[in-house]
Design a protein around this ligand. Structure first.
Ligand code: F6P
Length: 361
């Protein structure tokens, strides 16, 4: 098929994840080497709303960013943008009309949209409205449907594992319970993988509501055989059986609730039940910062390269996805509005149980 694509736009949306810059770099370099110009759109779709929020990207502009966290294009996370009209230096517009108009004015032939569930859902809407685009899945939570993994997850797990390693020695020295709260929203991937890699004794994930009496039992049993300290990894979205998730801010408008407090709750309850001193640590946004791991750099680079390949092949309204050993295209329609949670029959859950890890159930 003859390549009619001459200019593409690239944007990053939603919360950042280590590896975003690696995707941008791969997109710019592979597009350039195929004779395609790239326009960098700042702050997600804002780059197609405000004329001052876009800039051409050449290989020179992306040299040296492979190893950098964050995104050189900036990002925003603001619920459903289709709901409100938008103010620009050129007047007030309907959101969707403005984006489509500016896409044409910029002379773009296609978009590459790097983002999580929210950005991919917005992208699918624009696809339906006629903008040719390819999505690239990003999230440390690893919960995007249709792909075996997303970049950012490995970096978050590595950081959380190193943190658990560090907490082991202080937990043992003081014979305490150390509770580590990790991110992941409604999915327990980060907690499960870092918990197993870090040798945690208890792992609480959203997919398995917990009973704190069972957790306390496990801790007492460890004390009985002489361990006298315990490491408990709690996903921010974990909840007690019949209870609710811990939130620091309720949902409002199109913005989801902000999770937080699960670690503190579990630490306090375990201290009351076991009489053992407990401390908690919230790893928070440290899990999203810093340099991407080699795995994430490689996955992000493969995603960026594949996205350009799909654009050149005229395959749109799809998302690149990791289906080992291949990077493939899956329809955005099969991805949006869904969440990939930890399956209860996942072998890592079984293996952890066989090793004596408690899930509090
Ligand atoms: O989706 C990524 C994530 O880091 C979640 O793990 C977490 O719940 C959320 O984003 C935090 O969002 P914010 O950066 O808006 O506080």
């Amino acid at each position: 098929m003859k390549n009619t694509v001459k200019k593409i736009g690239v944007l990053t949306g939603g919360g950042d994840a280590p590896g975003l810059n690696a995707v941008i770099r791969a997109v710019v370099k592979s597009a350039y080497n195929s004779g395609v110009a790239v326009l960098g759109l700042e702050d997600s779709f804002d780059g197609l709303i405000h004329p001052e929020k876009s800039r051409p990207l050449s290989p020179r502009d992306v040299t040296g960013i492979l190893r950098l966290g964050g995104t050189i294009l900036g990002t925003v996370n603001r619920g459903d943008p289709f709901l409100e009209p938008i103010e620009t230096s050129e007047g007030t517009f309907n959101y969707a009309d403005r984006v489509i108009d500016m896409f044409k004015r910029a002379g773009l032939d296609a978009l590459i949209c790097i983002g999580g569930d929210g950005t991919l859902a917005i992208s699918h809407e624009f696809s339906k409205r006629g903008i040719p685009l390819v999505g690239v899945p990003k999230t440390i939570d690893n919960d995007i449907m249709g792909t075996n993994s997303s970049f950012g997850f490995d970096t978050a797990v590595s950081f959380a594992t190193e943190s658990i390693d560090r907490l082991h020695s202080t937990a043992e020295a003081h014979r305490r319970i150390m509770v580590v709260e990790v991110m992941g929203r409604n999915a327990g991937w980060i907690a499960l993988h870092s918990g197993v890699a870090g040798g945690a004794d208890v792992i609480l994930i959203p997919e398995i509501p917990y009973d704190l009496d069972k957790v306390a039992e496990c801790i007492r049993a460890r004390d009985a055989w002489g361990a006298r300290f315990s490491i408990v990894v709690v996903a921010e979205g974990a909840k007690p059986k019949g209870g609710k998730v811990s939130v620091v801010a309720e949902a409002h408008g199109a913005s989801p609730e902000r999770l937080g407090g699960a670690g503190m709750y579990v630490a306090n309850e375990l201290e009351a039940r076991t009489g053992k001193e407990s401390r908690f640590v919230v790893l928070g946004h440290l899990q999203r910062g810093g340099a991407p791991t080699p795995f994430d750099r490689t996955l992000a680079t493969r995603f960026g390269g594949k996205a350009v390949e799909l654009v050149l092949a005229g395959q749109f309204d799809v998302m690149v996805a990791n289906h080992p050993p291949d990077i493939v295209a899956v329809p955005l329609a099969d991805v949006v509005g869904k969440q990939r949670l930890v399956p209860l029959d996942y072998d890592l859950v079984h293996t952890a149980r066989r090793l004596g890890v408690s899930f509090g159930d």
